[in-house]
Structure formats: structure tokens, C-alpha cells
Design a protein around this ligand. Sequence first.
Ligand code: DP6
Length: 335
Amino acid sequence: MSTAVAHPNIALIKYWGKRDDDLILPATGSLSLTLDVFPTTTTVTLDPHADADRVVFDGAPAEPRAAARITTFLDLVRAQAGVTTRAHVDTRNSVPTGAGLASSASGFAALAVAAADAYGLDLDEQALSRLARRGSGSACRSVIAGTAIWHAGTDDATSYAEPVAGPALGMVIAVVDAGAKAVSSREAMIRTRDTSPYADAWVRSTADDLEAVRRAFARQDFTAIGELTESNALRMHAAIMACRPPIRYLAPRSVALFDEAARLRAAGLAAYATADAGPNVVFVCRDADVEAVHGALAERFEGDRLVAAHAGPGAHLIDGAHLIDGAHVIDEVRS
Ligand code: DP6
């Protein structure tokens, strides 16, 4: 039995589009911050007597589609390990699943680390990142602590995330809607590539943004990092909105929160907005400013729906033997 914990990551320069759908090779590299909130805890137990994997999400049997995606992932691990033994997977999320709060990133990062250990694979961080990528692209970055760059690469061996040095960053998440999104990232990425007239421009400009943000990280230039972050997110949403049939993830409230970031900056607080494939908006700031940004937003936005976050650990194994239930796991990790 192997138990791993992983946290979601939020990209400053986004991954949106694949050059290889099967290997999950991205069209461009991306750059993110792994957070210290909303952990996923996953236990993998091998069952030599079972003829199928058994998957439990938050205490209930997983939906057939979600369970099939986990079995497909475990098949990759089993192929590497040279065994066919089935497994019991128990996963607990403290983040609303499918709400654009990156639950697939923490989910597949935790699963990769727990399954690799359960099946006896001895993988280093780079190999774990490559493995997690096969479950969900953004999961390769949740294997890494703090700020991570995912190198697009050209094949399975060269597409992985690794740490990137730069200024200490923090985030404040504004939960606009915690419900599941209507169109999954996976489907929406394909539709963007196939139908958005801005798809090629998105890929070209994101490759440029990534280079620019790398230089900004190297010279610890937070203003440039923030400006590139906000602009890159809006370009991604512009490309998505131009799909046919159209997809629009940003709600009116989300757009108002982008204005809120501009208001904070005008008041002297350096905060920049970003949003993934959902209506929630994430404010990126210097780590030392997290509480100030949280406080300023709480004055104008319901405080209970704002979550302050700092850099968090990469996916890692924990001693799960004594754990009673998932809630207990999460308390352990946070304390
Ligand atoms: C908007 O990693 O969920 O959050 O590889 O198809 O599983 P798949 O997609 P996924 O997409 C994440 C998209 C994003 C941007 C990002 O995290 O970089």
C-alpha cells in the first residue's frame, strides 16, 4: 500500500493545446506555481486476486469514465513494471473536482507517485513528472515544488517539468463557481486547435511569452512576470472564445475580478489576474503580499470564497499505514 499527496498548480504561462494527444506532448512549454492548499491524497493498494481495478473517489465508486482513465494510466505503470496485477485506488480531493481548480493536476501527480511506489518502480523526479504528464498534462508540474517549468520537448523523454528559480510568489484564489465545468479542458483544447482562427497565434505568442517570463524569473522582475501572466491568460481565453461552437469559461464576475486586479495595482498593490478553464480567478502576487491582497479583496468580495496560497511541496509519498480516513490525511498534511 502506497499513499501520496499532491497539490494543484496554477500556470502563469498556460498549457493549452497538444502536439500529440496520446503522449500528451504540449504545443508549447508552460510555467506554474504549485500551491500549498487543496491537496489530493491517493492510496494505491495492489490486489493479486482482483481481475479489475477498483477506484474510489471521495469515498464513493468513481464514475465509469473517470475509472477508465485511471485504469489506462495504471496500464502504463504496469507496462513499465512488467506486471499485470490490478489495484485498488482510493483518492480524496479537497478541491472541487472539474471546477478549473486543477484537480486533475493534483490527482494524477498523486496517482503517479503512489502507483510508481506500489508497483515497485524506482523513478526520479523527472521520470515521475513524465509519468504524471501521461495522466493529465498539467500534472507533470504538480510533481515539482513551487515554481516549475514544463519543457514542451519533442518526445516522451524530453517533455517534463523541473524547478525554476525566481522571486517568491503567492496567490489568492477567488472561487467564483465551484461546480463542474461544461466542457473539459481536454475537449476544449482540441476544439481550439481545430476551430479557433487564433490557435496558431496563441501557440506562437505563448512560446514567446515563456521565453520572456524565463528571463523575468532570472532577473527577479515581478512586474514583468505579472504583466506576462495576465496577458497570457487573456490570450488563452480569447483563443478559446473564438471556437465554434464557442466556449466561454469566464463569467461576468470573472471579468470584474480582472478589473479588480487593475484596481489593486492602481492602489499600489502589485497583483495580476489569471484564470484556467473555468470562471475562478487567481491573483498572482509577491509572496510577502499575499495577506495584503487577500485583505484588500475581502473588502469587496465575500471573504469565505477567497483562499490565500503560498508555494507548496511537490507530490510526495506519506506514511499512510496509520491513516483512518481522508479527512484525517488532509489534517495531517496541513499541520
Ligand atoms: C487551463 O492538464 O487538465 O489549466 O492534459 O488534457 O489533461 P489534459 O489537460 P489539463 O489542462 C490544463 C489547462 C489549464 C492551463 C494550465 O494548467 O497550464
